[in-house]
Write a new protein. Structure first.
Length: 188
């Protein structure tokens, strides 16, 4: 987590690991978040407007598989705001194929906490702005702040950053086992 964003509620800051030779964004995101593979899944995101709809469907599917349907609305809203910020501010569309993945959405559930994270290629860090009722935009991080127990970002590197939010959840029966159907099927 970057120094300017102190976690709330006594959460511990995560120090990003040094860059590796791994070309797999799934492994890099897991490493950056300091978590293992069980209960972890990712999806590639493009710069096209369809990415937000796909991300929301992906989150709902993962939560359904993990038996976490009761928190789907809040987690989907947080994920949607993280993805929206990445699409609007972090991903540069390619003229030929804007739907090609240039960012990743990751979900991890361990020990009663769900982490929702988006990795994008921009080194620009998110900025929590003051509330301005007259603006139509700019409330995403306020929503994330209100629905999460903590949120932050990894130190930006030449390959970008990861913005994450942690949400307390009651573990569903699917996550009490050592494997996850979503981990095997949703990695794209």
């Amino acid at each position: 987590m970057y120094a300017e964003n102190t976690p709330r509620h006594g959460a511990t800051a995560l120090t990003p690991c040094p860059a590796s030779d791994s070309a797999d964004p799934h492994e890099e995101l897991a490493r950056d978040l300091g978590i293992g593979a069980p209960g972890f899944t990712t999806r590639g995101l493009g710069a096209d407007p369809e990415s937000l709809r796909q991300a929301r469907a992906f989150v709902r599917e993962a939560l359904e598989c993990w038996g976490l349907r009761s928190c789907a609305d809040d987690v989907t809203l947080v994920a949607g705001e993280l993805v929206s910020n990445a699409v609007c501010h972090g991903i540069q569309p390619t003229a030929e194929r804007p739907e090609l993945p240039t960012a990743r959405l990751g979900l991890a559930c361990q020990d009663g906490k769900l982490v929702c994270a988006v990795t994008d290629p921009s080194p620009e860090v998110p900025v929590l702005r003051g509330a301005d009722e007259s603006l139509e935009r700019g409330r995403g991080l306020r929503i994330i702040d209100a629905l999460s127990s903590s949120w932050g970002w990894s130190r930006p590197t030449v390959t970008g950053k990861t913005v994450w939010a942690m949400i307390p959840v009651l573990l569903g029966p699917a996550l009490h086992s050592s494997t996850s159907a979503v981990h095997a099927s949703a990695r794209r």
